[in-house]
Design a protein around this ligand. Sequence first.
Ligand SMILES: Nc1ncnc2c1ncn2[C@@H]1O[C@H](COP(=O)(O)OP(=O)(O)OP(=O)(O)O)[C@@H](O)[C@H]1O
Length: 258
Amino acid sequence: MTELLAVQNVSFSRSGGRGNTRPILKGLNFEVKPGETVAIVGQSGTGKTTLAHILAGLMPPTSGSVRYKGVETQHLAHRQNRSLRPDLQMIFQDPYSSLDPRQTVSAIMDEPLWARALDDGQKQKRVSDMLHALALPPESLGRRAHEFSGGQRQRIAIARALVGYPSLVIADEAVSALDASAQARVLNLLLEQQQQTGLSLVFISHDMAVVQHMAHRVIVLADGAIVEEGPTGQVFANPRSAHTAALIQKDLWKDTNV
Ligand SMILES: Nc1ncnc2c1ncn2[C@@H]1O[C@H](COP(=O)(O)OP(=O)(O)OP(=O)(O)O)[C@@H](O)[C@H]1O
């Protein structure tokens, strides 16, 4: 098997009022290979977050399929697929909705590790390594999520996603709310984990400089359809679509005006 995630003909429509449906995603096809980072970029409202939720199996596509290691992601929660569940992790944009505020950091970190064949000492070491890598003090373990700031919660959510040695992480604007030093720390950690464990990433970001730094391949969405796809160097050096050129231009403009 060459692909880890296979997206085939995925469309998604939202129902509007009076029986209308509005197409959000239109016939998407792409793959993510082991150890690969695929960035998904596009203007606001073009369907990136909707796609992330469908890829992670949090909602079904209207038509088409998303298979992770051959299993439809919407069926990953089923009992027979439970061992695959910790393999595919998602980092959401908003840590306030993605973490249970009453859970301790220790309990949050335990969940992705339950299925891993590690002894208690190895699990403790993995948790403390992740906290350290994300500049969260060891005392964090006994505290509850609501006791942390937004930036700290986001780092806890990132530690949770990585602690169980996932094969695939879907990161939706995972670092956009972090300050520059925390951003650099997280991006380096993701690259390091990729080198060490062969982690694959679906990386959704509006920040084209970060995309250029992180991704092997870029997929450009416009109005719910793929308008360009290719190796990162090629897409940035020679964008074929006006949408891609506009995204790159906008980012350059931003950088010269900080
Ligand atoms: N819960 C919802 N109910 C109705 N429409 C929605 C809902 N969530 C998103 N949409 C609509 O679906 C479309 C795609 O939204 P989505 O959030 O997936 O885009 P996006 O590319 O991630 O945007 P952004 O970069 O601003 O986060 C938009 O037109 C949005 O208004």
